[in-house]
Design a protein around this ligand. Structure first.
Ligand SMILES: Nc1ncnc2c1ncn2[C@@H]1O[C@H](COP(=O)(O)OP(=O)(O)O)[C@@H](O)[C@H]1O
Ligand SMILES: [Mg+2]
Length: 288
């Protein structure tokens, strides 16, 4: 059995930041963590693949796969699984960028350890995220098979936003909320030239490293769970998360300073972060 950490970055909506997160998360694992990392790009436009191929080479193995559009034939699934199989035996981390279409069956999600769904905090994007999550909640809630962990990635977030809009939605599956990938005006300029984790822009670099670290930590917990060595690790470690603080913010006044504090606690400085296990994750139960 392969021990590679398999991460799918997906949503049915375009323009939410999937390719940006995919290319830069691959760079995080390769450059910051020094892990053998593969990027599989299932998108026709192959944005993430182009980014990795054009930018300064940092050893990311890159595969672009065009999935056939024949719904119901099973060919797309075969091709997608074959691409994954090619990577998992030789790689430590496999990052997959896919705009979800119904060419693939929901079962495909079970191939992954983590399913990351980037979404801005805007109503329109959150509604689309909610629809996606609820449509596949039976996968994420599965008790018969080892389900992938669902991670919602607030993407293109500006400093003034809080997570309130996420908490107000009725998600039918438990999920993790990663630290946000902040909006940066340079995101477009970076395409194919620079990775967020390598830029001299300290704010962008640290923000993305913090995000990458949280995903890596969740991957480690998932690996532990898989090995059955620390069955209770997850519930134990997540207890006392900053979720409580967010609840407090939600239930308290509309006081702007309290709202700002919510964002601050979501972005604790990197040094302080390493000590705790998944300090920046919020774990949401089905009842929120
Ligand atoms: N963190 C960010 N800050 C600013 N712009 C971003 C950010 N992430 C993505 N974008 C921009 O949003 C657009 C869509 O991003 P992309 O990663 O291609 O999304 P998707 O793969 O979901 O279609 C691009 O123009 C990209 O530069
Ligand atoms: Mg894309």
């Amino acid at each position: 059995m392969s021990n590679a950490l398999k991460i799918l970055i997906t949503s049915q909506k375009g323009g939410v930041g999937k390719s940006t997160v995919s290319a830069n998360l691959a760079a995080y694992f390769s450059y910051i963590s020094g892990k053998k990392t593969s990027l599989i790009d299932f998108d026709h436009q192959a944005t993430a693949g182009k980014w990795v191929k054009k930018a300064y080479p940092i050893g990311i193995d890159c595969m672009t796969v065009d999935l056939p559009n024949a719904k119901g034939s099973g060919i797309a699934l075969l091709k997608a699984k074959e691409a994954l199989r090619k990577c998992v035996d030789t790689m430590e981390v496999v990052i997959t960028d896919l705009t979800w279409t119904d060419v693939l069956p929901p079962d495909f999600l079970f191939e992954f350890d983590l399913v990351l769904v980037p979404s801005s905090l805007s109503r329109v994007e959150l509604d689309s995220t909610l629809e996606f999550v609820n449509r596949f909640s039976f996968v994420f809630n599965s008790r018969l098979r080892n389900p992938p962990k669902l991670v919602i990635v607030p993407s293109r977030v500006d400093n003034l936003q809080t997570y309130e809009s996420i908490f107000s939605k009725s998600f039918n599956a438990g999920f993790f909320l990663s630290p946000p990938v902040m909006y940066s005006t340079s995101a477009n300029e970076f395409f194919g030239t620079e990775f967020f984790v390598m830029t001299t822009n300290k704010e962008i670099r640290e923000n993305f490293i913090e995000f990458g670290r949280s995903i890596e930590q969740l991957g480690e917990i998932e690996a532990d769970l898989k090995l059955n060595t620390r069955q209770n690790a997850l519930t134990h470690k997540v207890s006392g998360s900053i979720l409580d603080r967010f609840r407090a913010v939600r239930n308290s006044s509309e006081n702007p300073s309290v709202r700002a504090a919510a964002n601050d606690s979501a972005r604790i400085k990197p040094g302080g972060r390493i000590k705790a296990v998944i300090p920046s994750f919020l774990m949401m139960g089905r009842d929120g």
